[in-house]
Design a protein. Structure first.
Length: 187
């Protein structure tokens, strides 16, 4: 099976660093495409979601098993996109905000209304996804996205030995990338 990963970054959206790190994933027989959300940009939620769905459709049309990885804020978009594409192979959230019942700071809400809409859509999206396809990864301690907001009941919830939000994401992109990819490649 040929695997294709669509990687959706969080609010930081630093594309250059992530692109460099994701190039190493190709050595593990996985094609990767980073789809930046520009969360603080002017595009609305639906336009951002369309970017992910177009990348999904392009990869699927080439015969790939397509998985979605969303980090932090990008987790909400990964879940929402997977709800619209039942053929999604796996969804992996890394330090992801997977809970609609969390408070988003007023500052972030003002700067990124598309993120707020993405989080609100999670509840209806979860009703459409086979939770057996979902893997959540979080660190031991994360003071940005707390464990209770990352965990998804009836999904596969994983904890890695990391402390801190950025550290967890960084480790999943580098040292723990073989582990992340093994979750995608499992039968």
């Amino acid at each position: 099976m040929k695997h294709f990963v669509i990687y959706i970054p969080g609010l930081g959206d630093d594309v250059s660093i992530r692109n460099k790190l994701l190039t190493w994933w190709r050595f593990r027989d996985v094609q990767v495409q980073l789809v930046p959300m520009n969360w603080y940009g002017e595009q609305d939620f639906k336009k951002k979601q369309t970017l992910v769905l177009q990348a999904f459709d392009a990869a699927a049309s080439k015969g790939f098993a397509v998985s979605l990885i969303g980090e932090s804020a990008g987790a909400s978009m990964a879940i929402n996109a997977a709800a619209l594409r039942p053929a999604t192979h796996r969804v992996v959230t890394i330090a992801g905000l997977n809970d609609t019942f969390t408070d988003i700071s007023p500052s972030i809400s003002r700067r990124s209304p598309s993120f707020v809409k993405s989080v609100k859509a999670i509840k209806s999206s979860m009703a459409l996804i086979d939770t057996n396809k979902i893997h959540t990864i979080r660190g031991l301690l994360d003071f940005t996205v707390y464990a209770r907001h990352t965990r998804i009941d009836s999904a596969h919830n994983h904890v890695i030995p990391a402390i801190g939000h950025i550290v967890t994401i960084g480790l999943c992109l580098t040292l723990f990338s073989p582990y992340v990819l093994s979750l995608i490649k499992r039968g």
